[in-house]
Design a protein around this ligand. Sequence first.
Ligand code: CU
Length: 172
Amino acid sequence: MALKFGGAMVLVVIASVMMGASMAYPGWNNNGYAWPPKQADGPTEVPPKKVVVGGSENWHFGFDYGAWAHKSGPFYVNDTLVFKFDPPSDTNTHPHSVYVFPSFWSYMRCDLKRATMLANVSDGAGDGFEFTLSQTWKFYFFACGESGGFHCSTGKMRFSVVSLPRPWKWHG
Ligand SMILES: [Cu+2]
């Protein structure tokens, strides 16, 4: 850890020296890379993505959403989760919903009394219910709120994600 930190410090020193050098010699262009860089050369944010929760499984009882979230991440702020589930009907008497818990412990216990409903049983129809991760470095705890927590616990319809800062990339 100390070594790694030391390495970073050395890089900072080298970068400072190079900046100083290029300012002292305006003609020096470092193999075509001018300093300061033009606006077009700067990094750009990787655009947000929309992810269907559960993939082709959509949002249903018995699928392991914890495992799905683990292998589908990381997720970044302004990414959108799409929950797709059929509305109640004659053939669908056990519909689903989407709730968010305020804490890890209420999530662990599937304690819906402390949860907030994001989508009711009809909101997942068609293109689905979309939820954008709008806050950076926030843990989101999602679950289905039906049957008094039975879908959340036994049905495994729960998962958490953390919204990381958006990544940047060079060259568009
Ligand atoms: Cu459900």
